[in-house]
Structures are given as structure tokens and as C-alpha cells.
Design a protein around this ligand. Structure first.
Ligand code: IPE
Ligand code: IPE
Ligand code: MG
Length: 245
């Protein structure tokens, strides 16, 4: 598969410019094998690596994944701390890959709620991302769609009060306060793991995303599964509220 895909086309198929994925099903994957839930998170991190590489190869420009929600703190402390350790390990290893392959990687979410070690890794990935153009992976970490909108509203209000923003707030203007500022909206949202809900993911940005649900659990997700989702995406008729021309 080549990376020479400037038009985002592959054969007859259009590759979505921005794919978002809710990484769900790690715990059930592990349970089915008699393993602790955390074993599923470890395999899920490897799946992310493989799918991100594949997205880049086929010409996807942005991949945004939901890795840890503002609600996931409700899980048992031992599971949360293992997930945080895995995320730290992942970000640490990703730094080398970013430098080698000139990849941008951003974290979307409330980083103030993360440990100082994770925050330092986020600063580092931000700094490296500034040097490159091209494929961008966004990891949603301590992320909630409502939290993001509230956070943006507060920042806008602060700017307005300080005279840095006028009162003419537009959709684009508001979007520039979101964690996803500068990133186009997702075209395709994929949720593996069998649930058919949004679970507080990209509430603003998914206004016109195409949704694709599959029972495949995230650790079992493969490039072939991604191809299937893209084929379904290509069969959809996106009207954005208009009529078919
Ligand atoms: C997704 O897998 C990972 C996180 C939410 C951190 P789950 O841990 O939700 O797996 P299931 O849904 O329980 O199988
Ligand atoms: C959504 O999965 C959050 C992430 C994948 C990070 P959950 O497993 O937390 O969602 P619910 O609880 O099934 O809605
Ligand atoms: Mg789940």
C-alpha cells in the first residue's frame, strides 16, 4: 500500500480524510480469554499502533481515538492506574516513531487531570508535532465531549471579558476554542465492541459524521475491518441537510 494518495482516493473508493474511533471492547476481549481486563488494554494499545500505521499508509490525514473518558475514572483504581501506565509507555514509545516517521500526535482532553509524568509527555509530543506536517493522530485522554464544550465556553468568556474576543461568536470561532481546534470534523466514526452509543465522544465535531458500528472487539480489529468500514462509508449518501443533487 502506498502513501501517495494526495486526493484521498484508492481505486474507486474515497478514503475519509478524518476517521474517529472509540476504542471499546478491551475488557470483554480479555474476559473471554480468562485474562484480567488490563491484558485487553495492553493488546488494545498494540492494535492502535497497527491501525494508525495503516491509516497513514492509505492516506487518512487525521485519526482521532477515544482512549480514556472523563467518566472512566469511575473504574476500579487498579484498572485506572494500569491504563495510565500503559498510556505513559505508549506516549513514550510514540515519541521515537513521531521523530522517525514525521508524525504529528496531539492529546485532546483535560491534561490538568493527568499525572505530571503524563503531562510532560504531552508537552513533548506537542513540541514535536509543531515540527511536522502530514498525518496527525489525536489521542483523547481524560476527554469528554461535554467537558470540552464547557471548557471552550469558559475560555471564550474569559477572552470576551478581557477584550480579546468580540461578541460575534460564530461556529468556526467557537470551534477554535475546542481541543480539536484546527482539525477538520471527522468524516467517519467507528465504534467496535458492539455498543451503539456515543459515550460523550466528539459531541460537537460529529454533527455530520457517518457512524459505523461493529461487534468486533477493539483488540481484534484489523486493517481488513477498517477497509470494511471505509467501504460502508463509501456507500453512504452524505446530504448535510440538503437534497440529493
Ligand atoms: C475500552 O475498553 C478502553 C477504555 C474505556 C479505557 P473497555 O475497557 O471499555 O472494554 P469493555 O467495554 O469493558 O469490554
Ligand atoms: C467509551 O467506552 C470510552 C472509551 C473507549 C475511552 P466505555 O466503555 O467507557 O463506554 P460505555 O461505558 O460503554 O458507554
Ligand atoms: Mg467499554
Amino acid at each position: 500500500m502506498s502513501n501517495n494518495n494526495p486526493a484521498g482516493k484508492r481505486g474507486d473508493s474515497r478514503v475519509p480524510r478524518h476517521i474517529a474511533i472509540i476504542l471499546d471492547g478491551n475488557g470483554r476481549w480479555a474476559k473471554k480469554r480468562g485474562l484480567p481486563r488490563t491484558a485487553g488494554h495492553a493488546v488494545g494499545a498494540e492494535t492502535f499502533r497497527r491501525i494508525a500505521t495503516y491509516c497513514r499508509e492509505i492516506g487518512v490525514e487525521y485519526l482521532t481515538v477515544y482512549a480514556f473518558s472523563t467518566e472512566n475514572w469511575r473504574r476500579p483504581e487498579a484498572e485506572v492506574s494500569t491504563i495510565m501506565k500503559l498510556l505513559g509507555k505508549y506516549l513514550h514509545e510514540a515519541i521515537d516513531t513521531m521523530e522517525r516517521d514525521h508524525i504529528r500526535m496531539k492529546v485532546f482532553g483535560d491534561v490538568q487531570g493527568l499525572s505530571p509524568e503524563l503531562r510532560a509527555l504531552v508537552d513533548k509530543t506537542d513540541e514535536i508535532s509543531q515540527r511536522y506536517e502530514g498525518f496527525q493522530a489525536n489521542i483523547c485522554l481524560n476527554y469528554g465531549g461535554r467537558d470540552e464544550i464547557l471548557h471552550a465556553a469558559r475560555r471564550y468568556a474569559e477572552d470576551y471579558a478581557a477584550g480579546r474576543a468580540d461578541g460575534e461568536l460564530t461556529e468556526d470561532g467557537f470551534a477554535s476554542y475546542l481541543y480539536s481546534a484546527g482539525v477538520p470534523d471527522p468524516d467517519l466514526l467507528i465504534r467496535p465492541g458492539g455498543e451503539q452509543r456515543i459515550s460523550n465522544f466528539l459531541l460537537w465535531q460529529c454533527a455530520y459524521a457517518e457512524f459505523y458500528f461493529t461487534d468486533v472487539l477493539w483488540p481484534d480489529f484489523t486493517p481488513e475491518e477498517l477497509d470494511k468500514a471505509i467501504a460502508v462509508f463509501n456507500s453512504r449518501d452524505r446530504r448535510y441537510g440538503g437534497v440529493k443533487g
